[in-house]
Unconditional design. Structure first.
Length: 503
């Protein structure tokens, strides 16, 4: 037994981090070295798909914030990256401009955007000045190649929003469709070395300019004995989901990866697996996808032991907790049995009593699992943060009392309830507004449905509705004794006030 006063102090100071990678202050301290991270570091993969909250942006942030110095020293790799912040409004500020672009325009856009990242974060960066001293000839060739392509030079350090505006304007110049207007109102453009009038930049250009510029960049990298990885993340937040615009932008990006990828240059993209699935299953398909998927990682998935490590490492980042429970932090990463021992010193063996009830770790895993069997770190962290808030209220109301565990069954059930309510609003309603009316038909009902029951519930075109709901993980498909049934998983059922049982 532990005094509630000491547990209250631990809980008040306990920081479990955030499920949103950009806001997670524990990401570096509690980093898990997963197989996908190893594949990235060893340049075996370029495409990293995963569900929302599965850790794509965490991997991205690790690569662009914590590992660039190591990669430069140990692997001679330069990291250049674009949008990374959660909810970044920069791209949405140019929605009208993007809507005017065709798929081929987007290839131009991404090519110029990647060129701008390489120029801004490598050629102009003070970090690489010493290495670039021997590349004066090659850099001049790079500038001339940009000049021939009529791409204006970024003369000074620019913010991301300025780079984006520059890129869009450059696309206009290359394609010769729209006028390029500087903020001053002047019609002359400052290119790489020359001043060119508006008329001179209106001629049509081919995408072949990108290959020439890329080859010049490759010469610079070879002369410096370096390679470059260009990183792109958060495509699901840049363009409207499941829109024609998103499709054009993603197809353009994937084509650009093929144009840019070489021994010296890699474009590494972190994207939602459903975005890739939608692209492939669309009526247009995507030719030569095998060339891209050959360097695609496995879809990010987390098993119970990985989540056990995540939970225990984050809890044991608290020195106060480690001291009070006499935990050996060195053994956490090396011993699964010790991780389990620590976990069950902090949590009860089971959330619900009974021989057939699952262990607490299994309970957390199952309660965070969607209909496709996907469990994300984001949801587990969010559940535990809600549970911590509830547990603080429990122990602070009885400081003279005692408790067996740091987290009680009551607080864990509360954590799951709040997580499910949050998923209803922030995922089901926000991301799938076109399907939410179908989901609402399950509200306050039962969790398990036969095909006949679904036909009755969903009406006309029920089979398509079921397929859609299953594809996004709202329904879990099972087959028992030749009969197919569908269940609403725990992670969504509580938020919709669905009770367990057959309809």
């Amino acid at each position: 037994m532990y005094s509630n006063s000491s547990l209250n102090q631990i809980l008040e100071n306990l920081d479990l981090g955030s499920g949103i990678a950009e806001e997670d202050n524990l990401l570096e301290a509690t980093r898990l070295d997963t197989p996908v991270l190893a594949d990235l570091l060893n340049d075996r993969v370029d495409l990293v798909p995963g569900n929302k909250g599965s850790g794509k942006s965490a991997l991205y942030r690790i690569m662009v914030e914590f590992l660039p110095a190591m990669l430069l020293t140990n692997k001679k790799v330069v990291i250049a990256h674009g949008v990374s912040r959660h909810g970044d409004p920069i791209f949405s500020a140019f929605k009208e401009e993007f809507e005017q672009l065709s798929e081929s325009d987007f290839v131009d856009f991404w090519c110029i955007y990647l060129i701008s990242l390489a120029h801004e974060q490598f050629i102009k960066s003070e970090i690489y000045l010493d290495k670039l001293k021997v590349c004066e000839k090659e850099i001049n060739e790079f500038r001339k190649a940009c000049e021939r392509a009529k791409i204006p030079e970024i003369k000074s350090q620019k913010s991301l929003i300025e780079i984006l505006q520059w890129t869009l304007n450059s696309v206009r110049i290359v394609k010769g469709k729209l006028k390029y207007n500087l903020r001053t109102g002047d019609t002359a453009l400052t290119l790489f070395g020359d001043s060119v009038s508006e008329k001179q930049v209106k001629s049509e250009q081919s995408i072949t300019y990108a290959i020439g510029i890329k080859e010049c960049l490759e010469k610079i990298l070879r002369k410096c004995d370096l390679s470059m990885w260009l990183m792109v993340d958060r495509l699901d937040e840049i363009f409207p989901r499941r829109s024609e615009l998103e499709g054009k932008a993603l197809r353009g990006l994937l084509k650009t990866i093929r144009i840019f990828s070489s021994d010296e240059i890699r474009v590494k993209v972190f994207l939602r697996d459903d975005m890739l699935d939608n692209l492939v299953s669309g009526k247009e398909g995507f030719t030569a996808l095998t060339h891209l998927t050959a360097r695609k990682s496995d879809t990010l998935r987390w098993n119970e032991d990985q989540l056990l490590r995540l939970i225990v490492q984050r809890l044991c980042n608290s020195e106060e907790l480690v001291k009070n429970y006499n935990i050996d932090k060195e053994r956490i990463s090396s011993s699964k049995s010790y991780r389990e021992k620590v976990f069950y010193e902090l949590f009860p063996a089971k959330v619900h009593k009974g021989e057939k009830q699952s262990t607490t770790l299994k309970w957390v895993y199952n309660r965070c699992q969607d209909g496709n069997g996907v469990v994300t770190p984001r949801d587990v962290i969010q559940l535990l943060n809600y549970a911590k808030q509830r547990q603080c209220s429990i122990v602070s109301s009885d400081l003279a009392g005692e408790s067996l565990f740091l987290f009680s069954s009551i607080s864990l059930r509360y954590g799951h309830k709040e997580l499910s309510k949050s998923k209803k609003v922030n995922l089901l309603q926000a991301e799938y507004p076109h399907l939410f009316p179908k989901m609402e038909k399950f509200a306050k009902g039962k969790s398990e449905y036969s095909q006949n029951a679904l036909k009755k519930l969903l009406g006309r075109k029920w089979e398509k509705s079921v397929a859609d709901l299953h594809s996004i993980g709202f329904l879990q498909k099972t087959k028992l004794k030749g009969k197919i049934t569908y269940k609403v998983p725990y992670i969504y059922s509580v938020g919709l006030e669905i009770t367990r049982g057959k309809a």
